[in-house]
Design a protein around this ligand. Structure first.
Ligand code: ADP
Ligand code: NG1
Length: 484
């Protein structure tokens, strides 16, 4: 094993696989950094190794980490085909792996909240009715298995250690799926590009039952330290977005958890957007039955986002649509609506808000592009302009998309009151975190004031506050490494 340059509080990761003869990952694919990176805390790694040893009676052969993310702007629009602007956070999913000769997949977790799980690697069943933690691992595992059309998969022992707050909009679930996908690829000794991995993991996370877009998996693989990314879809690509100097992004957790797969909130929104896209397409005389995403309507019509907002106002009404009205609009039966358009967990929905959801999506897609333009032009008042876009985004999420909650609204107000130039919910919402843009020279007073106003005085929030309120900067993407 090569030496790694261990220091007090960090572990230096080397691109060991390249030098040590594995064909698993290839230099040109960039899965491994060629320079030393210091992202994994040394003590965390030591603890993980010790626990792996006592659990499985051997030492890990390699480790994989995949980061969570914070979405700066562009909420609930990736699954509509629109670009988003996230960055990776330093919190991640870390897995210690030991391949075995049998076909048994054994999963354990450093957090006792997540019980051990074991299955035969050739018979993967993902239970959508109960999103238990191991199912997220199985999504990544199955995604790789299916991509290569494999029936025989090797077994392995895995110990998972995650520090992304779960169900809080920082993508703990996708980090786990991506980490599992990269673990499986590495064990198999196969090659894939980061883009391919992101696409496979985005698709395979849907086995859990949520109809998400590809933002989380894309940034988990494509992130690079020091830069946020504009993520565009079809084809998937990531472009650097240089964030303004003189301001920092601060994450604050409302301490309200919302599990996407255990509720139908998320899928209902995806279906409302899908229905809005179909009704808009029909209204404009397009072939509506093939249309799934709001972006497709825009590109078919060849008009701007601003024009799409006018089309929305013209074609849709603000009152909720009943199932019957949608069927009448599209000329389909209730049965066809249920089985051919809706997801299993939204088939019981009686009404759908199409106007509000489409208005949010087209306006939010425009805000993402404006945000990127301001970052590129970097005018003197960039922080002010970016903050205003973030505030508009929150208002739209709250009022048009209805994915906020009282605690998130309160937290956003507090952050603005104490000096954030912009503040908004981040991730799926209905709980979870806010992201705020704060002038760097006021950071410490901002943190102290938010602490006092939101966390102090509330025992359960206070207990979690250490990991709930922090400044963050763009981190690096998923990687595989060996221990020195
Ligand atoms: P998020 O917005 O963080 O992706 P979800 O509600 O979609 O939230 O997914 C959260 C789920 O991910 C948890 O309920 C758990 O099953 C899984 N998860 C999160 N963190 C861990 C962890 N450290 N170990 C195992 N599973 C985890
Ligand atoms: P989080 O915040 O990780 O639950 C979800 C979706 C994203 C995106 C955002 C909202 C998944 C895996 N993630 O993210 O694709 O739609 O909500 O912008 O479904």
């Amino acid at each position: 094993m090569p030496s790694s340059g261990v220091s007090e509080d960090s572990y230096s990761v080397l691109s060991c696989f390249l030098e040590h003869g594995s064909q698993v990952v290839h230099r040109s694919m960039g899965i491994l950094p060629l320079k030393k990176v210091t992202i994994i805390n040394h003590f965390r790694l030591l603890k993980l190794k010790e626990m792996f040893n006592s659990k499985f009676g051997s030492t890990p052969k390699f480790y994989v980490r995949a980061p969570g993310r914070v979405n700066i702007i562009g909420e609930h629009i990736d699954y509509c085909g629109y670009s988003v602007l996230p960055m990776a956070v330093e919190q991640d999913m870390l897995i210690a792996v030991g391949p075995v000769k049998t076909q048994t997949l054994q999963l354990a977790n450093t957090d006792p909240l997540y019980p051990d799980f074991s299955t035969t690697a050739n018979n993967i069943c993902i239970d959508k009715t109960q999103p238990l933690w191991h199912n997220y691992f199985l999504c990544g595992f199955k995604g790789i298995q299916e991509h290569f059309g494999l029936t025989q998969l090797p077994g392995m022992n895995c110990l998972v250690d995650g520090n992304i707050p779960p169900s809080s909009g920082l993508s703990s679930s996708s980090a786990l799926v991506c980490c599992a996908g990269l673990v499986t690829l590495t064990v198999l000794g196969m090659r894939l590009s980061k883009v391919e991995l992101a696409e496979i993991c985005a698709k395979s996370e849907r086995y859990i039952g949520t109809e998400g877009g590809g933002m989380d998996q894309s940034i988990s693989f494509l992130a690079e330290e020091g830069t946020a990314k504009l993520i565009e879809f079809s084809p998937l690509r990531a472009t650097d977005v240089k964030l303004p100097s003189g301001a920092v992004f601060v994450i604050a957790n409302s301490c309200v958890e919302m599990n996407k797969a255990a509720t139908s909130h998320f899928n209902v929104r995806v279906m409302e957007c899908r229905l809005a896209a179909k009704v808009l397409a029909k209204h404009k005389g397009l072939q509506w039955d093939k249309v799934l995403r709001l972006e497709e309507v825009q590109s078919e019509l060849g008009i701007s986002l601003e024009e799409m907002l006018l089309v929305t106002e013209d074609a849709l009404h603000a009152e909720p649509y009943s199932r019957e009205e949608i069927c009448k609009c599209l000329g389909i039966s209730l049965e066809e609506l249920r089985t051919q358009i809706l997801s299993p967990n939204t088939q019981g929905e009686l009404t759908f808000k199409l106007y509000q959801r489409a208005k949010h999506v087209y306006s939010e897609a425009a805000r993402v592009l404006q945000f990127k333009q301001v970052c590129e032009a970097a005018p003197d008042n960039a922080v002010q302009l970016l903050g205003e876009l973030m505030n508009q985004s929150h208002r739209s999420c709250r009022d048009m998309y209805e994915c906020s909650c009282p605690e998130l609204d309160q937290l956003v107000d507090i952050c603005r009151k104490f000096g954030a130039k912009g503040s908004r919910l981040t991730g799926a919402g209905w709980g979870g975190c806010t992201v705020s843009l704060v002038p760097a020279d006021t950071l410490s007073s901002f943190l102290a004031s938010v602490h006092e106003a939101y966390y102090q005085g509330n025992m359960s929030r206070l207990a979690r506050e250490k990991h709930s309120l922090f400044a963050t900067k763009p981190g690096g993407g998923a990687l595989v490494f060996l221990e020195a």
